[in-house]
Write a protein that binds this ligand. Structure first.
Ligand code: XIL
Length: 410
């Protein structure tokens, strides 16, 4: 499923961060058929959602377009080029995914192919063909592309040549700026927004000891923002991170950085909340106040990577197999639907319309989620997304629709 093996660094990041989380809600133990859950939920809620838009009141998801329900981008992360489950391939999965994208989404994020080592594989080599092809597809369908990401510590995405770059501080800085400016410059005018720097903080709020921090100090963050603005004055520039929707130490560190940037006129337009959240964490209140804190500063809030797994193996209370949900029951599907709806509602409640940068789900169908390898080492199952493995919409899909149309979250 994954294009590249997961790096120990990212895995340990996930592990350490998820250890902080609360216990996973027990959920029901009744067995059930996910497709019947989906069908019953869809007939109940899609007509509600449809009736609040101009669409017909058919109960099928084809009659309901998710993005039409929102006045901000509704996005999804996709595999592209020759990745497994690429949307660019003319096989069954490619065709089915493109149908879903064109019906329900008006923004894409490349799950992998616009990261550092893909776009900049050697110091003198940039590779834009795959990203350009994805962008051409998006453009042809009236879909925008949120660009992800110019600077990310993750071991598998820092190009080897950059790790081995020898040069003094000035040479490092020049090389680093060229990376950001060349890539942002290439896409200038074609992408509405960038995740400029991804995941710069540790859970305790200290700055991550990334290669960039080691070579350039924490100023590597503002340097990236300034260089990105220089190369693409139009794009919205986001700082993007996970575990910042809980109001904890990492959130506070991010807010302190944002305040410092604002005070010193470092260009930043918004904060991307990845939101790889769980059924029971963070609380909706914490999510709302985290969003509100960013909006109060006049910055955009973008939910950049939403997924909601059922099983939470990193919670202190998790004890496999006692807490492991092996079956996606009707009850779990309904609870996940409510959770999606609650999060969308929190977003609408806490973020004024002009500061809503959009909402992106990290993947289309459950079987393609990155979480199964990241959380479970490919051993266990989960169902964190909006579409099941047959590409049918799950109750979660209708939870998003309900949230977008101010329906009660049931
Ligand atoms: C993930 C991709 O989905 C995987 O395919 C890849 O193996 C690792 O990266 N936070 C981010 C994303 O910002 O770039 C990550 O994407 C998920 C966590």
């Amino acid at each position: 499923m994954q294009l590249s093996p997961r790096s120990p660094l990212l895995l340990s990041t996930l592990l350490s961060s998820f250890l902080f989380l609360g216990a996973c809600g027990g959920g029901g133990s009744s067995s059930g058929n996910p497709s019947s859950a989906s069908a019953s939920s869809s007939s109940q809620t899609s007509s509600e959602a449809s009736s609040s838009s101009d669409r017909s009141s058919s109960s099928s998801s084809e009659a309901l377009s998710l993005h039409i329900l929102a006045d901000f981008p509704i996005g999804v992360a996709v595999s592209a080029a020759n990745e497994p489950s690429s949307i660019m391939q003319d096989n069954e999965a490619g065709i089915a995914q493109r149908a879903i994208i064109e019906a329900h989404f008006d923004q894409l994020t490349a799950g992998n192919i616009m990261k550092m080592s893909y776009l900049h594989p050697a110091q003198d080599t940039y590779f834009f063909d795959d990203a350009d092809a994805l962008l051409d597809y998006a453009d042809a369908n009236g879909i925008s592309l949120h660009a992800h990401t110019l600077v990310w510590h993750s071991d598998y995405q820092v190009p080897d040549w950059m790790k081995n770059f020898e040069g003094d501080a000035a040479a490092w800085l020049a090389m680093y700026k060229e990376h950001v400016e060349t890539i942002a410059g290439h896409f200038a005018g074609r992408v509405p927004s960038w995740d400029v720097v991804n995941e710069a903080f540790n859970e305790d709020g200290t700055y991550r000891n990334s290669l960039f921090n080691q070579k350039l100090g924490t100023a590597y963050i503002e340097t990236a923002f300034a260089s990105a603005r220089e190369a693409d004055p139009q794009a919205d520039l986001y700082y993007n991170d996970f575990n910042i929707s809980n109001g904890g130490a990492k959130f506070q560190a991010m807010i302190n950085m944002v305040d410092d940037f604002i005070a010193r006129d470092i260009p930043i337009d918004g904060v991307g909340f990845q939101m790889h959240v769980f059924m029971d964490w963070p609380s909706i209140d914490a999510i709302k106040s985290s969003f509100a804190a960013v909006a109060e500063r006049g910055l955009k809030v973008k939910i950049t990577e939403l997924d909601i797994p059922i099983n939470n193996p990193y919670s202190p209370g998790y004890n496999y197999p006692d807490n492991y949900e092996a079956t996606f029951t009707d009850e779990l599907a309904a609870a996940q639907k409510k959770r999606y709806c609650d999060i969308v509602t929190a977003y609408l409640d806490a973020v004024p319309a002009d500061l809503r940068g959009g909402l992106t789900v990290w993947g289309i169908r459950d079987s393609d989620t990155w979480l199964i390898s990241a959380l479970f080492d490919d051993n266990h199952e989960d169902w964190p997304l909006l579409f099941d493995n047959n590409f049918d919409p799950k109750p979660a899909f209708y939870g998003v629709a309900d949230g977008l149309t101010n329906q009660p979250c049931l």
